[in-house]
Design a protein around this ligand. Structure first.
Ligand code: AQP
Length: 327
């Protein structure tokens, strides 16, 4: 059976971009491969976090993942920091990673440029090495990623090949895998940047926990352009984003949506997008609120996931430690 690893940072609640770009495909993937889904709290620490919020968000994200259809009976769901092997393997890999390669990572350059007070933590630079460890630790051959993670996955593959060059057969070299129909969702308030948990402008981010009223309000006030033409076009990022969202929510191709809504006003079109979002997200939110209060159950889910992940991680680390000559 294939082995699949993927994670999500519990920096805030899960949003529509995370859902349409990643999480939506997880229930299907868990049926096709042994799946390790983890809450990437160590990655979250690359930028400052409020401790209470981080802890609360971590459990909250588990409830939301279950609400989205991730099944703890089929997949291993765990918290990254609860397995020491991630940081240990990251150190071994980091010793074989060139500084230049890390400095060239576009996400590092983008995130570093956004840091306040000119303080750029070394963790931000080291992040892709930790990501490589997340994957190689479990012998994953499949890694579903968004377009933004392509460069990091290439690094993971490079490191696995390099390591295997010295110690043949140690790591499985993973393949990137871009799940079908995964949309890249942009901010509703600034459609030239991606929808992001850390966006201070909350009106641009549609959280899966948002009420029907908030969903309608956020979509109705989404930034568009002053024209009237309803088509996907680089000069119309707002409308393009809404078409992408509607396509993601309904599974209908953009061209079909353009034909269908060609004669509609922007207002009517936004109304249709809002109603689709309400229809898809409503049941997810309901399940999430049902599970959110059951923290003992959620902790049990994580404990089971951790045990399964631990067994796999320990096996890999024992091999690596032996091969590199640790006593
Ligand atoms: N806007 C998006 N559109 C499509 N996919 C997206 N993903 C994230 N944002 C979008 C995908 O969601 C998965 C989990 O992402 P993550 O939690 O690891 O963090 P991220 O990519 O850094 O996403 P955020 O929400 O924007 O977090 P912050 O603000 O903390 O940086 C990934 O597969 C990602 O591609």
């Amino acid at each position: 059976m294939s082995v699949l690893v993927t994670g999500l940072q519990p920096t805030a609640g899960i949003h529509l971009g995370n859902y349409l770009g990643a999480v939506r495909s997880w229930p299907l993937l868990q049926q096709r491969a042994e799946s390790f889904f983890f809450l990437a709290d160590l990655h979250a620490l690359t930028v400052p976090q409020d401790p209470k919020q981080l802890r609360d968000n971590t459990l909250d994200c588990v409830a939301m993942l279950l609400g989205c259809g991730v099944d703890p009976e089929r997949a291993h769901i765990f918290v990254q920091s609860q397995l020491r092997g991630h940081t240990e393997l990251a150190w071994f890999l980091g010793c074989r990673t060139s500084l230049g390669q890390l400095e060239r990572m576009t996400q590092f350059k983008d995130k570093a440029a956004k840091q306040k007070d000119d303080f750029v933590g070394a963790g931000l630079l080291y992040y892709p090495v930790l990501m490589a460890a997340d994957i190689l630790l479990y012998g994953a051959n499949l890694v579903p990623v968004g377009e933004d993670q392509r460069q990091h996955l290439e690094l993971t593959r490079d490191l696995a090949v390099r390591f295997n060059g010295s110690y043949p057969g140690t790591f499985v070299v993973p393949e990137a895998f871009y799940p079908e129909n995964c949309a890249r969702v942009m901010s509703l308030q600034n459609p030239t940047v991606k929808m992001s948990k850390s966006d201070p402008n909350r009106a641009g981010v549609l959280f899966l926990s948002d009420s029907d009223g908030t969903i309608r309000k956020k979509i109705r006030s989404a930034v568009t352009d002053s024209g009237r033409e309803l088509r996907a076009d680089p000069t119309k990022p707002g409308i393009t984003n809404l078409l992408n969202i509607l396509s993601g929510l309904t599974g209908k191709p953009i061209a079909e949506l353009e034909r269908h809504y060609g004669g509609s006003s922007y207002g009517d079109f936004k109304g249709a997008v809002a109603e689709s979002a309400v229809a898809v997200l409503g049941p997810i939110r309901e399940k999430y609120f049902e599970l959110k209060g059951k923290s003992d159950f959620l902790r049990d889910v994580l404990a089971e996931g951790r045990n399964a992940a631990q067994a796999r991680a320990d096996g890999t680390l024992a091999i690596v430690r032996d091969r590199i000559g640790l006593l």
